[in-house]
Design a protein around this ligand. Structure first.
Ligand code: ATP
Ligand code: MG
Length: 252
């Protein structure tokens, strides 16, 4: 069985891409066959996996528009030991161009049929918006992982996201569930972060992952080398946290 996980939060800069890349690498490190899909025109997951978005021409964009089969854009033999469906700037146009196409919400889901059996985990890195790209991720996914920073406005955005997930469940994808909320960039010395974290646990209970991702400079450096943190500094707190998260995901 393949598990498709959408890493999503419409709030920007909360650690979606860092989580996508490092969870993909950590699951691959555990011996799983993993595919990472970059569904963000910023293409940070593509760059962070060691693929230059300026150079590649064939991406998820053509796949969503039905111009290329997904297999033909796939990149393998990355250092992170997972396969990648890359993105580049073109993807920003897909938002508009897909609107007139039939079944525009399930184009990613349909494209994945061809390769789904090859993987145990498919991780989708979403853009910071509740747009048609994110909707495609939510329609293709079995479950959602929500990375969030423990700050005041985090909770406000969360209710919009939970409502969107409810709507997707009602209209397109009845099996979709929230797999978990992930606390990212966590600084235990910050009292507000502690309070928001407590509030999250009270409200969402065991939907909150036990693993907490600390603020760690190695995590921020690694994309500059085009590497998951595991291959940049395996002993770092950031690398160890994502290995622990992978263990939690494997047990789910
Ligand atoms: P966007 O919404 O723009 O796609 P995002 O949610 O994908 O952003 P990231 O790109 O993963 O967020 O992270 C935002 C910034 O914070 C990046 O510069 C990243 O390197 C840094 N960062 C992410 N997680 C951590 C962490 N745990 N410790 C330190 N820096 C981090
Ligand atoms: Mg991102």
């Amino acid at each position: 069985m393949t598990k498709i996980l959408a890493i999503t939060n419409q709030k920007g800069g909360v650690g979606k891409t860092t989580t996508s890349v490092n969870l993909a690498a950590s699951l691959a490190n555990a011996g799983k066959r993993v595919l990472l899909i970059d569904l963000d025109p910023q293409a940070n997951a593509t760059m962070g996996s060691g693929t230059n978005k300026q150079v590649i021409q064939q991406t998820i964009y053509q796949v969503l528009l039905g111009e290329l089969p997904i297999k033909s854009v796939r990149i393998s033999e990355l250092q992170g030991k997972y396969d990648l469906i890359p993105a580049n700037r073109d993807l920003a146009g897909a938002e508009v161009e897909m609107v007139t196409l039939s079944q525009r919400e399930i184009r990613l889901k349909a494209a994945l049929v061809e390769i789904i059996e090859e993987y145990q985990y498919i991780i989708i890195d979403c853009p910071p918006a509740l747009n048609l790209l994110t909707l495609n991720a939510l329609c293709a996914a079995h479950a959602v992982m929500i990375p969030m920073q423990c700050e005041y406005y985090a909770l406000e955005g969360l209710s919009d996201l939970v409502n969107t997930i409810k709507k997707v469940r009602a209209n397109f994808n009845p099996r979709l569930r929230i797999e978990g909320l992930l606390r990212t960039m966590f600084d235990p010395r910050n009292i507000l972060a502690q309070q928001v974290s407590d509030q999250l646990q009270r409200h969402f209970g065991d939907k909150v992952y036990r693993t907490v991702i600390p603020r760690n400079v190695r995590l921020a450096e690694a994309p500059g080398f085009g590497l998951p943190v595991l291959y940049h500094d395996r002993q770092s707190k950031g690398a160890q946290a994502y290995l622990e998260l992978a263990q939690e995901v494997l047990k789910a």
